[in-house]
Design a protein around this ligand. Structure first.
Ligand code: SF4
Length: 231
């Protein structure tokens, strides 16, 4: 269920003031996960759903959106009904997902206004990040569902240089572009709360200029963003 709530965020749904709901449980184990306390479905205590709805009711007119994040929100059997209840209050709905459960993603997409989907690695190499065999198949199916849905989205990849080299990042970008994606960005590994402590000892974490230029060739929007950070 829902294990945490951020009452106000300016960064989790582009252009919107949002509250963020964190569900617990995720089938994958990415070493850079900074929500490790949410990964086990039974560990952290759940917030009361009616209390969450009461909180949101008091925020009507103050917040634009509610974002379902995690953990992996599509693990939740009740995701669709939770989304509909919140949507009925007048909020736009954002979803952060890894795409681990394409069927449930397909079920909720009609009620979603914006999706932020993590692309962990080239789809044939997902297990190197998630530690779960064949996880890339689900992710690829989910990415296609997002693209076919017409819902606004952003694909993003977290880059730790010892887990994802330039060749792999470019391969991800080219595959997404071939699938029809136009929105993609890379984000640097953040050490805070990181699940795999060995990643902390490996220093250089930024994506170099060369790869950024190459990415810009595949996704011209990235070049515009670099030229004008406010874009
Ligand atoms: S998919 Fe997301 S929540 Fe799950 S382990 Fe990876 S980073 Fe953490």
């Amino acid at each position: 269920m829902i294990a945490g709530l951020t009452p106000l965020s300016t960064t989790d749904f582009p252009g919107c003031l949002s509250a963020v709901l964190y569900s617990r449980g995720c089938p994958w184990r990415c070493g850079y996960c900074h929500n490790a306390h949410l990964l086990d479905a039974d560990s952290s205590p759940a917030l009361n759903w009616q209390d969450i709805l009461s909180f949101l009711e008091r925020r009507i007119g103050w917040l634009d959106a509610v974002v379902f994040s995690g953990g992996e929100p599509t693990l939740q059997r009740t995701l669709s009904s939770m989304v509909r209840e919140v949507r009925a209050m007048g909020f736009s709905i954002g979803l952060h997902t890894s795409g681990a459960y394409p069927e449930r993603l397909s079920e909720v997409l009609p009620d979603i206004d914006w999706v932020g989907m993590d692309i962990k690695a080239p789809f044939d190499d997902y297990a190197s990040i998630t530690h779960v065999p064949d996880s890339g198949k689900c992710a690829k199916t989910s990415a296609k569902l997002v693209l076919d849905s017409g819902v606004e989205y952003e694909f993003r990849t977290t880059v730790h240089p010892h887990r994802l080299d330039a060749e792999k990042i470019l391969r991800i970008a080219e595959t997404l572009s071939e699938m029809g994606a136009t929105h993609y960005r890379v984000q640097e590994f953040r050490p805070k709360g990181c699940l795999d402590k060995t990643l902390l000892d490996e220093s250089e974490t930024h994506v170099g200029q060369d790869i950024s230029a190459e990415l810009g060739r595949v996704f011209p929007m990235l070049l515009q963003q670099r030229a004008n950070p406010a874009f």
